[in-house]
Design a protein around this ligand. Sequence first.
Ligand code: R5P
Length: 312
Amino acid sequence: MPVVSGSNAGELASSLAAELNWEHHPLEVRRFPDSEGYVRVPQNSIESIRSEPVVVVATTFPDSGIVEALLILEAIHDVRKGDLTDLTNEDTRELDDVGPGIFLAVPYFGYSRQDKRFQRGEVISAKLLARLLTRRVDGMIVLDLHAPAVLDDLELPVSFVSSMPEIAEHLQANVKPDFVLSPDKGAIERANHVANAIGCRFSYLEKTRIDAHTIEHKAKDLDVDGAIVAIVDDMISTGGTICKASDALRRQGAVAVHAACTHGLFTGGAITRLANHVDGVHATDSLPNPRSVVSGAPAIARGVRELINRVL
Ligand code: R5P
């Protein structure tokens, strides 16, 4: 079966195809001089895309990734519907609609943190994005979504998958933590999974976000004297959350602190900031980043298999 990608998830789509033993079909994707996107399904991919269910891999970050994902899904929809007439009139054969079978795999779901109306007048961006993205799809796979409840009212099957098993394996092989810390309540489930998989101690911090760049942790006694600690979160953006948690751990005697996450956004100097606070940073390839050491493909492959069994 075909795994299709545009410009932002080509390597991950290729790993996913290898994991599933399917074919990878990169689409033709470019930008016009004014920066608008262009997507085309190459002639030699049309037959495969029409003959079997398709998985589209697209990361909706940065904003250009959202438009690209929408263009890719529309192009795949038209190809499968048989809507292929064009201005060249080179091929005027009538083609059937081959029916449902478009699955969207989202390695990093941009806007996932705007999942509530925190203040009157705001948009619940994650919900809007989900509605737009699923217009042309029959099922969706999402990797380590910040808060899955935001997709509760979507009327299509969604498979939520996590790279925490692979992150645990990587940390065990390379860091050998004695202790795993969740830097806030939102990451407890994920970090706890890693601690259980490794078989080490676990705790969490309570975090208050003051603004996009400032957070505060409630003081807590952590039994980390002499310990190697891994802080596990779903994403690292500015690095502020990790740096603050690491400082608390060091004050309490941790001898080494590592940070691990699925989504390495690393915005505005985060890599440099983190280098001053932690001994290592470990991320997946859900989006291109300089600390990508774990593949998201096995987790996404689990979701694809589960969804296809459920839907087809
Ligand atoms: C928020 O709850 C997330 O799970 C992360 O903790 C947060 O987005 C990290 O952001 P930053 O790296 O900017 O502190």
